[in-house]
Design a protein around this ligand. Structure first.
Ligand code: GTP
Ligand code: MG
Length: 403
């Protein structure tokens, strides 16, 4: 096993852009802003869509009203300081950069060909934004017309030699074959143009809810899926911008992610209290982004970032527990140790039971270069399982934690 200790170069000069494409992607951007992470500047975000009306969620007044509503419904989830953040803006100003695609007023009507043309029509503006950054993270829900055409943005970014990471969702089976076919075709294109593509199957979320016997509202189910995307994006920011005890820099991220033929899995887990390390590890390994254990086992590259107040024994335990799962004993392993000073605001709800303890640990894994990778397409094609629908009381989102 080749374990590299990364160098201690600061990453301040590296710029990361998170670009939400289509309705689902833009909702994830909104979720990221809600988290109010100190490392993320508004100019690190971009919402693109064909449907101009969808940008209304980013108008200051609407955004703040929505935040107030969220605070009432689930007070742990939103950093209340955000209410002050946009003081200088007028009510109808957008709180983050938005880019309408083409001249369309409306969505792409679930037709990816229409979405593709509208993205091509906006190439000049897109290239200008993309070129100002080093790492491009694309977020989209596949199945409709706009997000499903977002691979065209990946192609543009790749043409500029950027590091491109795509995080996409595939539709619920009940959304029907037309959407599933759109998504399957689109996923192949995302994989072609991205250094790494992580696909979240909405059906998997359904299976987890079913298995856990929780019955979460439709709106909150989408919200929890958006949360996976935002947690990934925000954690990536923290890793790149926070100076750790053992730092991971752009060269390390490049090494693990660049040119991985599109395949990769990501796991994030949190733990607190005396058993924090085990808890975080267990959650990172069982994260819905890691489909089966095979995601780690067959990987040839692994980046593992551990953050919090840990002992040497705990670090040793975490890293060896993960690397032991890997078949390739000469796999490339890069690890980083955060100083525990990351902004945990966004994750407060996961730590809500830990208010009396200082020990909070986050583990993030990125595994790439899988051989015999089981594609998301197979997941969709094979999803036949009868799911048992729990008919108990509807649970709040807080009862349905992924991390
Ligand atoms: N995570 C998440 N997924 C969503 C949300 N809304 C829709 N989706 C999923 O994303 C897929 C695409 O939907 P949208 O993003 O609304 O579609 P679009 O890309 O805007 O495409 P058009 O509206 O046809 O132009 C759907 O089939 C759903 O599976 C959301 O709010 N969050
Ligand atoms: Mg739309």
């Amino acid at each position: 096993m080749n374990i590299d200790q990364p160098t201690n170069k600061p990453n301040k000069s590296i710029s990361l852009l998170i670009c939400g494409i289509g309705g689902g992607g833009c909702n994830t951007i909104k979720n990221i802003i809600n988290f109010n992470n100190q490392n993320i500047n508004i100019n690190n975000l971009l919402a693109v869509n064909t449907d101009r009306q969808s940008f209304d969620i980013f108008k200051k007044q609407n955004f703040l009203n929505n935040i107030k509503q969220e605070i009432i419904e689930n007070s742990n989830e939103v950093d209340k300081n955000i209410l002050e953040k946009f003081n200088e803006l007028k009510d109808n100003d957008y709180i983050c950069p938005v880019l309408p695609l083409g001249i369309s007023q409306y969505g792409a009507g679930a037709d990816p060909e229409v979405g593709l043309q509208l993205i091509k029509d906006t190439e000049e503006q897109l290239l200008k934004v993309l070129d100002g950054h080093d790492i491009i993270v694309l977020l989209s829900g596949l199945g409709g017309g706009t997000g499903s055409a977002g691979h065209e943005i990946a192609r543009m970014a790749k043409g500029l030699d950027k590091l491109v990471i795509s995080l996409v969702t595939t539709p619920f089976s009940f959304e029907g074959n037309a959407r599933i076919n759109n998504a399957n075709n689109s996923l192949k294109e995302y994989e072609k143009y991205s250094d790494m593509t992580v696909a979240i199957s909405n059906d998997k979320i359904l299976q987890i809810q079913s298995a856990k016997q929780v019955n979460v509202s439709f709106k909150n189910s989408f919200k929890s899926i958006d949360e996976i995307g935002s947690a990934f994006a925000v954690s990536l920011f923290d890793i790149i911008y926070n100076q750790g005890t053992i730092n991971i820099d752009f060269a390390d991220i490049n090494r693990i992610i660049r040119n991985q033929k599109g395949k990769g899995v990501v796991g994030i887990g949190f733990g607190w209290g005396r058993d924090a390390a085990n808890q975080a590890l267990e959650k990172a390994l069982n994260n819905p982004l890691i489909k089966e254990d095979i995601g780690i086992a067959s990987a040839n590259n692994l980046l593992i970032h551990i953050s919090g107040d840990l002992t040497l024994l705990e670090i040793n335990n975490i890293i060896t527990s993960v690397t032991k799962k890997m078949h390739n004993k000469n796999a490339q392993i890069i690890y980083g140790i955060g100083d525990g000073k990351e902004n945990y605001t966004m994750f407060n709800k996961y730590f809500s039971k830990a208010l009396n303890t200082d020990k909070r640990i986050r583990i993030m894994l990125i595994a790439t270069g899988q051989t015999n990778f089981e594609t998301q397409k197979n997941n969709i094609d094979n999803y036949q399982e009868e799911s048992h629908v729990y008919e108990g009381d509807q649970k709040s989102l807080a009862d349905f934690d992924f991390f």
